[in-house]
Design a protein around this ligand. Sequence first.
Ligand SMILES: Nc1ncnc2c1ncn2[C@@H]1O[C@H](COP(=O)(O)OP(=O)(O)OP(=O)(O)O)[C@@H](O)[C@H]1O
Ligand SMILES: CC(C)(CO)[C@@H](O)C(=O)[O-]
Ligand code: BAL
Length: 292
Amino acid sequence: MPSTAHAPSSLIQVERVAELRAQVRAWRAAGERIAFVPTMGNLHAGHLSLVREGRARADRVVASIFVNPLQFGPGEDLDAYPRTLEADRRQLGETGCDLLFTPSVREIYPRGQDTHARVEVPGISDILCGASRPGHFVGVATVVCKLLNMVQPDVALFGEKDFQQLLVIRRLVEDLALPVEVVGVPTARESDDLAMSSRNGYLTPEERGLAPALYQVLKTTAEALRAGEPVERAEQTGLNALAAAGLRPDYLSVRRAEDLAPAGPEDRALVILAAAYLGRARLIDNRRVNLD
Ligand SMILES: Nc1ncnc2c1ncn2[C@@H]1O[C@H](COP(=O)(O)OP(=O)(O)OP(=O)(O)O)[C@@H](O)[C@H]1O
Ligand SMILES: CC(C)(CO)[C@@H](O)C(=O)[O-]
Ligand code: BAL
């Protein structure tokens, strides 16, 4: 078990895999447990809740910031993705992160991306966000697998906001027998319930006023399902409500929480997932519903 008393951490930053490995090896040799929080940076309170959860479960917390080109499609926001390293470093230090790994693209893909080995998790990678962003989850699974192999943590933490991503990673870890515990952390929200996300920064003030409708519609859809509304009708009503609120829905879908299969009449543990475009942003959110 992790010790409960820690000296305030002073953040170490490394860019090279060899330095990362040397530091983690030293901690491990001292019998310390390691938690890992992979991110793409531009940190907010949601990311910091992952770091705190890691802190509670391990002696040392390693975070990474890597904007992974392999998970961005052509025409997506790879170049525009906010890079705020100074502020991120300060927040991580204040939150008790011990080591920040900030590899270059070359460090992760030394021979280039096109000839790099890839990790595919079939079945749940091509639906929902994977249908709108072809290849996205191959990019995510590949980099997460690689980062896990580099850090070799005892526990890795991921946000439930990216619900499909969390399931892809759970399957990846289970199927490839990676020796790490995957922990999902509840979605951190703004005071009006909008899920925190780096991409909220793309919203104009007017769009920011409309954005909370995404979660409101998920809540209304959950109530309709609990009141016995059939899945297809609840989905259609939800899609209409998103459009009426000024968002451009990509999908709103009721799925089995366990594996994202379409919800059947016998299924009780469900999740409603939605994605919608608003200005330059593509927002995602989800809400669990238990019909028991
Ligand atoms: N609001 C949130 N609450 C909890 N965890 C979150 C939240 N937002 C992101 N995370 C988690 O933080 C980790 C890193 O995510 P990422 O750096 O992509 O942040 P993001 O805010 O989701 O960015 P984006 O807008 O690109 O989706 C992921 O595990 C993600 O699920
Ligand atoms: C898990 C992740 C860091 C892999 O690049 C990314 O998809 C994210 O930030 O959610
Ligand atoms: N938070 C998921 C990372 C992505 O949208 O690429």
